[in-house]
Design a protein around this ligand. Structure first.
Ligand code: IDP
Ligand code: MG
Length: 136
């Protein structure tokens, strides 16, 4: 039985700004993900605030939302068996300094805030985040 699943991935402004989006997409493809939806957009700060609402009590919330809306991002729906966990593994730890060798954040992340990629953290949140960006 296949357990094909969808997750939401975002290539964040720091990576798009350095023209790393093609390279990062190729990493997903090389690791068996299908990119089933994709768009390049720039968020309004109010959209970033909605997207990151779970973090609204955190001290870094305002900076986080300002950052995510500071430039173009590439938003994708990725498909793979156990896509949510597989993507979290491939991304690496939130802080690039703590991320394992071979992970996207280890390779490209600049700092804990400019860590190049977002990935849904559960199947439930994946559905919510995919709807947020791709609901018609
Ligand atoms: P995640 O992206 O690995 O799921 P979360 O804890 O959900 O990490 O945090 C969302 C984003 O908020 C992170 O990717 C990072 O950009 C930012 N962030 C998390 N913790 C900190 C912090 O302590 N200082 C600054 N930014 C942070
Ligand atoms: Mg998270």
């Amino acid at each position: 039985m296949s357990n094909s699943e969808h997750t939401l991935s975002i290539i964040k402004p720091d990576a798009v700004e350095r023209s790393l989006d093609k390279e990062i997409k190729n990493i997903f493809l090389a690791n068996g993900f299908k990119i089933v939806k994709e768009k390049k957009i720039q968020l309004e700060k109010s959209d970033a605030e909605k997207f990151y609402k779970v973090h609204e009590t955190k001290p870094f919330y305002n900076d986080l939302c300002a950052y995510l809306s500071s430039g173009p991002i590439v938003v994708m729906v990725l498909e793979k068996e156990n896509a949510v966990l597989a993507n979290r593994d491939l991304m690496g730890a939130t802080d690039p300094n703590q991320a394992e060798e071979g992970t996207i954040r280890k390779k490209y992340g600049i700092s804990i805030d400019k860590n190049s990629v977002h990935g849904s953290d559960s199947t439930e949140n994946a559905k919510i985040e995919i709807d947020f960006f791709f609901k018609d």
